[in-house]
Design a protein around this ligand. Sequence first.
Ligand SMILES: C[S@@+](CC[C@H](N)C(=O)[O-])C[C@H]1O[C@@H](n2cnc3c(N)ncnc32)[C@H](O)[C@@H]1O
Length: 196
Amino acid sequence: MGFLSVLSFAHKLAAERLKSSGIAVDATAGTGADTLILAKAAGPRGRVFAFDIQQEALELTRRRLMKEPSERLAEVSLFQDSHSNMQAHIPAEYHGKISVIMFNLGYLPSEQADKKIITSSDSTLPALEASLKLLSPGGIVTIVVYPGHEGGGQEAAAVEAWASALPQRTAQAIVYRGLQRPNAPFLIALERKKPL
Ligand SMILES: C[S@@+](CC[C@H](N)C(=O)[O-])C[C@H]1O[C@@H](n2cnc3c(N)ncnc32)[C@H](O)[C@@H]1O
């Protein structure tokens, strides 16, 4: 049967934490797969905020959501902006109340996409800092990192170093990784402890 893939494990962690009527963030909407999973898990009384810098990604996400019966999904707000600005877009009433924030780094996995547009530690690390401020105690951040593409190794190392240096009273950090394939994607997940 094998172990869960990195993405499936991130989805499992997210689904376990995000209760019906919960609040979640997709920090890298991409094709909308994660946004949809969050919107289903939060349900019609929940809220999801999704970010991407590319118009194409938000269009793909919007189309994916529209294929689903809207009465089964959380209200989803899409923002074409960097995830490093997420705090400014998410209403203050939700700060400190978010159960799950998902990051799936790298490039937009669609045929037409410019694969040179990738996430970068310059904005990923500020976005992760912002995430810690937005999470509820017990809330989680999942970060799927891709060391295999150009620039991805540097970003993966920066995220791993940042997460490793977090005080344990702030967050617990874990990694889920295949040991025999050093360039394969891996997952870093954080669980928020006390408020900052
Ligand atoms: C691997 S894809 C995400 C995949 C997506 N979660 C899915 O389910 O299809 C990474 C996305 O991050 C986006 N991105 C790059 N820099 C960003 C930034 N600073 N803020 C938000 N999104 C960014 C890219 O445009 C790309 O669509």
